[in-house]
Each structure stands twice: as C-alpha cells, then as structure tokens.
Design a binder for this molecule. Structure first.
Ligand code: FE2
Length: 360
C-alpha cells in the first residue's frame, strides 16, 4: 500500500483554456482561483485553476504550436492529461513505483516561489495519461508555484458539486488486466469489484470493467476494456476518437442531485436520456427512496440499490467536440457500488447516441 492521500487535482489539456475556464465557471459552477500564462512569465502554456468544494480542475492550453500541449490536443482533442495525487513524500513514492516498473517521466523536482516550495514528480500510465505526485506541506500560495490568484469581478454560483467520487479509464483490447496489475503491484491499489460482459452488454455491444482503489479508499478507478459484440462498443468509439486509451469520465458527487441537475440543465448541460420505460416499475426495482420519483423521472435521473443503500446518478453527453470525455453526477445514500442495475438502460441510451453519430 502506498501512502497516496487523495486526488490533488485533475488537469485537462484543451484547445482554448480561457474559454474552457469560463465554461466550467458559468455552467458547472467552479470558481476560477488561480492563473498562469504570459502575464506570469509562462511563455509556453496558459492554465486556469478551477475549484468547487473539494474538486480542483486545471485547464491548460498551448501558446505555441510546438508546445507539448498543442501536440496532445492535436492527437486527442480536449481531455484529461493528468490526475495528480497528494502525497507526503514524493521522493519515496517516485522511487518505489519506478523500481516496481512505473514509467518515470519527471524525477522529483522542487518548484518554488514567494509562497514556498512544492515538490513533484511525474509518471506515465495508459496512453499519454500521467500521474503527478505532489508534496505541498509547506506551501501557502493560491495553487502551485508560478500561479497567481485569479482576480475577477464575476460572481460564480456553485451548483453543489462536492467531491470527486471516481474516475474511469478506457483501455484497449486485452489491456484491462495488465493495467489492473499495474495499479495493484506498482501503485498498491486493491481490486474492489469486477464486471464482465454478461453484466455490461446489450443486444449489440459489450465491455468489461474492474474497479481499483487506493489504500484509504479515496481514489477509485474503474478500468474498462471493450468486449466482443455485434457492433462497435462505446469504449471502442472512445479509443478511436481519443486516439488511444485515456480517462473516459469523472464522477462528481453532490448532496442534492435534484438541485444540481436542475441547475446544470438550466445552464445548458446536455445529459444522456434513458427511455421512458426505465421509469416503469422503478419503485418496485429500487424500493423507497427519499427523492420524489416524479422529480427523478422529470430530470432523467437513474437509481440503483445495493446491500448498503442506494445511489442516484446521471451522465452528461461528451464534453468536447469528439465523443470522448464526459461527466457523471452522483449522489450516494450509503451505496458504495457503481450503478450496475443501470448499465443496460444506460448503454442502450448511449448506443442510440452513437447511432446518431454514425459510430455504432
Ligand atoms: Fe462512473
């Protein structure tokens, strides 16, 4: 077990960081807290840091065509580049994981400014996705060295997003088990659950998934791979358009999903729509829940129950031009599972969207 405390931030590489930041601010309710760019001496890239409760996103764009960010965006479109973990001892973690076989990209290095020092190191995982290890014990600045606090008169209205519940990776054919082994043997994660193509298949397509989590349970990572089916699965569609493996979705928690989704819909977020038949006999399937079933149906939410409780969830449509990355919004009432009972209805709804895109 490795002492990874939690996810520090998730960094997206995007075509236009300034506009992406305003999208996450005005639509998803994230406050822009810090900035890095030409004005702060960064000649190559520009980044905005967004925060809502315990969730921190960084959106980074290229200032020159030969920047690494420009190359990545050309290959993948907008997407998650890095999931950064907060740790106590970067040197120790980096040494441990590289000795165990992780691909080291940046050995431990100090970043400094007037607010103090942050130590970081970077490893590569599936595709071009990376993990940064961050040690920020004696740092008091707005985000990381090199960033300035972002000054704005614009008021940001939160939609009630609270924390990052899990992140999901899509990997290629027969790559799930090797990556499960990587997160187990190298990163010290354990396997929480597993779904095979019998759980996750429709008439046309299938996928397999294993859920990994770190020692303290704060980092949960389901890993998907495509499974054989009559038509092209959503995982294959992702791999084709992203140009390889990567992060498929981030699940964000809320303590009031009715309010959060109502607000997101009002602000223009487009969600996957399951067929009306999903709501027939819903109460018989999931038992009594606190939320009004009429509201659940009106907002297009999905409900699933496990041994410990129930959860309410919904999935956005892809968040960039390519049909790749999307968000899940989830409220847990003690349930710790991932909505297995909704997989079929959900994937049929995704296939209907794929058919419209001509990618099924
Ligand atoms: Fe999910």
């Amino acid at each position: 077990m490795l002492p990874i405390q939690r996810i520090d931030y998730v960094e997206f590489y995007v075509g236009n960081a300034r506009q992406a930041a305003q999208y996450y601010r005005s639509i998803f309710g994230f406050e822009i807290i810090a900035f890095k760019g030409l004005e702060t001496g960064s000649r190559d890239t520009t980044s905005y840091v967004l925060r809502q409760n315990k969730i921190t996103f960084v959106v980074t764009g290229a200032l020159t065509p030969d920047s690494e960010v420009a190359e990545q965006v050309k290959l993948h479109g907008d997407g998650v580049k890095d999931v950064a973990f907060l740790v106590d001892d970067v040197n120790k973690i980096y040494e441990t994981v590289t000795v165990r076989g992780a691909r080291g990209l940046q050995p431990p290095v100090d970043m400094q400014d007037k607010y103090g020092t942050v130590r970081k190191a970077v490893i590569g995982v599936y595709g071009d996705t990376t993990h940064t290890f961050i040690q920020r014990s004696d740092y008091v600045g707005p985000f990381l060295p090199g960033y300035q606090a972002f000054d704005t008169a614009a008021a940001t209205e939160s939609v009630g997003l609270a924390s990052l519940d899990h992140m999901v990776a899509n990997v290629g054919w027969n790559e799930m088990d090797p990556w499960v082994e990587f997160y187990n043997k190298v990163m010290g994660f354990t396997q929480l659950a597993s779904f095979d193509d019998k759980d996750i298949s429709t008439e046309y397509t299938a996928l397999m998934s294993k859920v990994m989590q770190n020692g303290n349970g704060r980092v949960k990572l389901p890993i998907n791979e495509p499974a054989p089916g009559v038509r092209k699965s959503q995982v294959e569609e992702y791999l084709d358009f992203y140009g390889g493996p990567g992060i498929q979705h981030l699940a964000l928690t809320t303590n009031d999903i009715l309010h959060t989704v109502e607000e997101l819909r009002k602000r223009g977020v487009d969600f996957i729509r399951v067929p009306e038949t999903y709501y027939e006999n819903l109460e018989e399937r999931v038992g009594h829940i606190k939320e009004s079933l009429d509201e659940i149906r009106r907002l297009g939410l999905l409900v699933d129950r496990d041994d410990e409780g129930y959860l309410v969830q919904i999935f956005t449509r892809p968040q960039a031009d390519r049909p790749t990355f999307f968000f899940e919004i989830i409220q847990r009432h003690n349930a710790r599972s991932f909505g297995k009972g909704n997989f079929k209805a959900l994937f049929e709804a995704i296939e209907a969207d794929q058919a419209l895109r001509g990618t099924l």
